[in-house]
Design a binder for this molecule. Structure first.
Ligand code: DX5
Ligand code: ZN
Length: 221
């Protein structure tokens, strides 16, 4: 059974880039031959850290044609969907844990012409998003507790990836399965084997001296 219908993608996370020169960090992603940049948005409420806002995304937009895979770690993401769409995000991923209208927000993201994503913290069971899968273009299984880069990969999430991959086949869905946090060559392989097709890497990508070689290793090329 081929449970991975989507092309494998590596999306480096700008959180580990240079926040005073994000344009240069974007250029490093493009120069490595990659098509996606992962942009972490944090509000200091849903997660205990603060990162970028819509103006950051808007100012980065003219600098690259990369797909902006925008991860909203916000307590009230539904209030900011239009702002990030206007700023030029290509995909918006919202979390299941806070209380707000999840399905309506996923549908609003699609109605704006963007890819919709639903994210789960490491401790959130996959069943929490099961009835939203038809409204999602991407399901993000966090492999660290969200808020900070440079943490250790939580191996128990691999079972959740496998469940999401199984449900994708059983339900005839084509959502991407993304993993985010502690991704390097070894952990990427475990995630890919379980069915993940979209790999976020922050620290490991920006630390790599030879980024095209790092990308090839992560993608198994
Ligand atoms: C964590 C963020 C991640 C983070 C990953 O809240 O969602 O995208 O940048 O960083 P690394 O790859 O360093 O674990
Ligand atoms: Zn992220």
């Amino acid at each position: 059974m081929n449970a991975v219908p989507n092309e494998l993608i590596l999306a480096p996370s700008l959180l580990a880039g240079n926040h005073a020169a994000l344009g240069a960090s974007l250029a490093e992603i493009a120069c490595a031959g990659l098509a996606w940049a992962h942009i972490d948005i944090m509000d200091g409420h849903f997660v205990p850290n603060i990162s970028f806002g819509p103006k950051t995304v808007a100012d980065l937009r003219p600098l690259a044609t990369l797909h902006f895979d925008t991860h909203l770690m916000l307590a009230e993401p539904h209030k900011y969907i239009e702002a990030f769409a206007r700023a030029g995000a290509n995909g918006l991923t919202i979390h299941i844990e806070p209380q707000y209208p999840h399905r309506d927000t996923l549908r609003a993201i699609r109605a704006l012409g963007l890819k919709s994503g639903i994210a789960l913290n490491p401790g959130t069971p996959p069943e929490a998003v099961r009835d939203l899968l038809a409204d999602a273009d991407l399901v993000l299984a966090m492999t660290v507790h969200p808020g900070f880069g440079g943490q250790h990969f939580i191996g128990s999430v691999v079972e959740k990836i496998a469940a999401l991959a199984r449900w994708r086949v059983e339900g005839g869905h084509s959502y991407r399965i993304e993993v985010d946090g502690g991704i390097a060559a070894d952990t990427a392989l475990a995630c890919r084997r379980a069915g993940a097709d979209t790999l976020v890497a922050g620290t490991s990508f920006f630390k790599a001296a030879d980024k095209p070689a790092f990308a090839a290793a992560i993608l198994g090329k």
